[in-house]
Design a protein around this ligand. Structure first.
Ligand code: 5BU
Length: 492
């Protein structure tokens, strides 16, 4: 019997037939969560009702992770613990643990803030190696959601074992993150067995193969193909090529202080703002303000913020998002109650008014520099698409001495990413280790996702820091997560 590519040496024909009999593998027309119509459906949750089958599954997965695969994948690195991805793989990992007297750790799915200890249960110590156990892998994203918190708790993850590899790009995606995938079964191998036993027709087999070929997660491959220039360069190197002095200054600061964290201190009194700036100052490269939400703002607030910036070595970014005609934007920058240009190191602007807003801001006395909004984090934003991003880039390239970079979300995936000057800084808001979003459209991603997967340089964190019970330690935690992600990016 021909085992499919990537299957283990011990491709288990009877196991495939048993999975088919209990309808863990089904053929027909199924609408997936993504909305796609699939000719195959895998529901491995049913295995818990068949103890003998559960036992065989656990054995097949243990073999897959501890023996060399048919395709030459070596056995998993020695591990001290296993961690089943909730929920389907938890009983499988438990049976593997019982058979081989190997410890488990558990990731709590409901604890979103994996900054707290309770997110990972079990007895473990830093640098212990964990084998991640999952029922199946499609794109690799769900496995990654378990790997990230384990790594955050200083556990090492090198290998992942699954019962079924759907062969839709998960292997390459995990490889691009330094993980080796071991699979007991593959879809092609399963189809071979079922066709040989006349359980499915060759036509059904072909429709599944076509579906798989047409639905690949190519993220892992893309990373290998053509990474944009700025991803492989250190902040220090990029500082040297930056055309805007404020960009050079920030990149140098990040390299020197070893932090890529910007704290967004969106509080409503000067006292709170300054207290927080003092607390988080040692951890950040930048403090971001919304001066118009501070009810008692005075010139002294701005001056004190600048004093703290000098004392703790950070820069001050007023997130004013200018969006008017040039003349008005310039007045808003220089005048009024806030006199933003007198105390901020840089500001930002929407590109909707067109390029003259940049000329106007640049002409203001004491003007620092400006970021352009290329993408927003809010759900339903209409500032989207390649053409929008391209307009932001063109406007920046026309003012390279004053535009220091972009507020963006996924610069690594921009069509034009390869051509973006590495001297620009990419600052990304919508960052949280604890939450996926709020009730009014904010969408969050993690520091690792933002920096490694999406190409951000600076992660902007608001409520994750000023909303925490201890802003000081929250800022230290975000700083560590951001810097680790940057170091991981340089290694890729
Ligand atoms: P949060 O508490 O981490 O959600 O705060 C994010 C901050 O970043 C907040 O000050 C926003 O105004 C700001 N922000 C954002 O969240 N998303 C965007 O696209 C832009 C700014 Br532009």
């Amino acid at each position: 019997m021909a085992a499919g590519s990537g299957s283990s040496n011990n491709f288990d024909e009877q196991l495939v037939l048993d999975l088919f009999d209990v309808e863990a593998v089904k053929f027909g027309t199924f609408t997936l969560k993504s909305g796609l119509t699939s000719p195959i459906y895998l529901d491995l949750r049913v295995i818990v009702s068949y103890p003998k089958l559960l036992d065989r599954v656990a054995k097949a997965m243990w073999d897959a992770s501890t023996k060399e695969d048919a395709d030459g994948t070596p056995p998993a690195t020695d591990f001290q613990h296993m961690c089943g991805v909730p929920y389907t793989a938890l009983p499988i990992a438990t049976v593997m643990s019982m058979h081989h007297e190997t410890s488990m750790v558990m990731r709590r799915k409901e604890v979103k803030d994996y900054g707290t200890k309770k997110a990972i249960e079990g007895a473990y110590k830093p640098d212990d190696v964990v084998l991640v156990v999952e029922d199946l892998v499609t794109s690799g994203m769900s496995v990654w959601e378990t790997v990230e918190p384990l790594q955050h708790h200083k556990l090492a993850v090198k290998d992942v074992v699954v019962l079924i590899d759907r062969q839709q790009g998960g292997r390459a995606f995990l490889k691009s993150r330094g993980l080796v995938l071991h699979a007991a079964l593959t879809i092609t191998g399963i189809l071979d067995v079922l066709v040989a036993h006349k359980k499915v027709t060759p036509e059904v087999q072909q429709s599944v193969l076509d579906f798989i070929a047409a639905n690949q997660n190519t993220t892992g491959n893309k990373v290998a193909e053509a990474p944009p220039k700025w991803l492989a360069q250190s902040y220090g190197t990029r500082a040297k090529s930056a055309k805007c002095p404020a960009a050079a200054n920030l990149l140098e600061l990040m390299e020197r202080k070893k932090t890529n964290l910007c704290a967004s201190l969106d509080v409503t009194t000067s006292a709170e703002l300054l207290k927080l700036a003092e607390e988080v100052g040692p951890q950040v490269c930048c403090v971001k303000t919304h001066c118009d939400v501070v009810s008692d703002w005075t010139e002294a607030t701005g001056a004190e913020l600048q004093r703290l910036a000098k004392a703790h070595d950070f820069v001050v970014f007023e997130d004013r998002k200018f969006a008017d005609i040039g003349n008005t934007a310039a007045l808003q920058y220089e005048c009024g109650l806030h006199k933003i240009s007198s105390w901020s190191d840089f500001v930002n602007a929407h590109i909707t008014p067109g390029p003259f807003v940049i000329d106007a801001l640049k002409g203001v006395k004491g003007a620092g520099a400006c970021l352009l909004l290329a993408e927003m984090s809010s759900k339903g934003t209409v500032a989207t698409g390649d053409a929008y991003v391209k307009s932001a880039l063109d406007m920046a390239d026309a003012h390279p001495d004053f535009v220091m970079g972009f507020i963006d979300q996924t610069p690594k995936n921009w069509k034009c990413a390869k051509d973006v000057d590495p001297g620009y800084v990419h600052m990304t808001p919508g960052i949280s280790l604890a939450s996926k979003g709020d009730k009014v459209g904010q969408q969050y991603t993690t520091p690792h996702m933002a920096i490694v997967d999406n190409g951000a340089d600076v992660v902007i964190v608001g409520r994750g820091i000023y909303g925490a019970s201890d802003a000081k330690s929250a800022s230290a935690e975000y700083r560590e997560a951001g810097w680790k992600a940057y170091e991981a990016r340089l290694q890729m």
